[in-house]
Design a protein around this ligand. Structure first.
Ligand SMILES: C[S@@+](CC[C@H](N)C(=O)[O-])C[C@H]1O[C@@H](n2cnc3c(N)ncnc32)[C@H](O)[C@@H]1O
Length: 211
């Protein structure tokens, strides 16, 4: 081997490592999009503006069980863990095993539980974690491109698992999810976040306390 080649051999892996670190999270997200474009529905994760606006109405001191559908590479996970009480639990559910493997490697917090499965099975998943309800459920699911019947089934199961006084938090590029939410949730608030690729609609569906 010539000395030029050995220099190259020393430098190339280190550049690759740097690039991998830089593009790691986005790279994994984009790979998931290429494999399942309709299930992922976006080429890059949500912006910090969307995260802050979406989570703002949550009453964290009353939140013990927070569920997230479609966490992808975990864009919302650390912000949720930063706000969640110490005895709280964050259960994230995604159909893509690539994302679940990534999350299990990158989030070591004992309150964090990553489940490979469908949001449609949220009731069984929450119960399997020892809880009988969720305080809040957050969704980044692309409702408008999910297979027929899946969106309405998820909205219905979500209403059943949320406790009275809790909420279903949904962000989406279209308003499709709102139609499904309106069949169950007594009160829906809406918002809009322009600083996101693409700009997105935000909905908070509140399950009113009984009486
Ligand atoms: C637009 S990505 C959201 C990514 C991330 N939450 C963000 O804000 O950057 C949609 C995610 O929903 C997941 N997904 C699609 N259908 C699902 C289902 N039925 N149950 C759970 N996750 C699902 C996809 O695998 C993908 O991770």
């Amino acid at each position: 081997m010539s000395s030029d080649n050995s220099v190259g051999a020393i430098h190339r892996p280190s550049l690759r490592r740097k690039a991998a670190r830089f593009f790691g999270q986005f790279g994994v997200f984009f790979r998931g999009f290429l494999e399942e474009p309709k299930m992922v529905g976006s080429i890059i994760p949500s912006s910090r503006f969307t995260i802050a606006k979406m989570l703002a109405p949550v009453k964290w001191d009353e939140c013990k069980v927070f569920v997230e559908y479609g966490p992808g590479v975990g864009t919302f996970c650390q912000p949720v863990l930063d706000r969640l009480p110490r005895d709280g639990m964050l259960i994230v559910i995604d159909t893509n095993p690539l994302y679940i493997d990534y999350l299990k490697k990158h989030f070591r917090d004992s309150r964090f539980h990553a489940v490979h499965g469908s949001a449609a099975n949220v009731e069984d998943i929450v119960k399997a974690h020892g809880a009988d309800h969720a305080d809040y459920v957050l969704s980044g699911l692309p409702f408008s491109t999910l297979p027929d019947g899946v969106g309405p089934a998820i909205a219905e199961a979500t209403y059943r698992i949320i406790r009275p006084g809790g909420a279903f938090l949904v962000y989406q590029f279209s308003a499709k999810a709102r139609d499904y939410m309106a069949r169950h949730f007594e009160r829906i608030e809406s918002g809009f976040e322009p600083l996101n690729v693409l700009p997105c609609q935000l909905f908070w569906g509140w399950k009113e306390p009984k009486g």
